[in-house]
Design a protein around this ligand. Structure first.
Ligand code: FES
Length: 105
């Protein structure tokens, strides 16, 4: 299993998920996360947007054209923004930290 630390305005929690699952799927193991994933991982909603701690960026898969287009329209996009439904877990990501942006409203 691969450990993922999610951080949001309510604190931080570590969940375990299997290799091959996405960060978005891992977030759903923790009912307290505020990461939504409304389109179910089809890369058309951007509600799974999160910030990846800099130490982990090199280990991530490259940003696809589709993901880049979605990130372009996110208001709070940063250098370390990713759509978590586009990042599949692998052993090199064990211990990754994912920061979930505060939701408006
Ligand atoms: S879940 Fe919709 S873009 Fe990731």
């Amino acid at each position: 299993m691969i450990r993922v630390k999610f951080v949001d305005e309510r604190g931080e929690r570590v969940v375990e998920a299997a290799e091959g699952e996405t960060l978005m799927q891992a977030a759903r193991y923790d009912a307290f996360t505020t990461l939504l994933g409304e389109c179910g991982g089809s890369c058309i909603c951007a509600s799974c947007h999160a910030y990846i701690d800099a130490a982990w960026l090199q280990a991530l898969p490259p940003v696809s054209i589709n993901e880049a287009q979605m990130l372009d329209v996110i208001e709070n996009c940063r250098y370390n923004s990713r759509l978590t439904c586009r990042v599949r877990l692998k052993p090199e990501l064990d211990g990754i930290t994912v920061r979930i942006p505060r939701r408006a409203g």
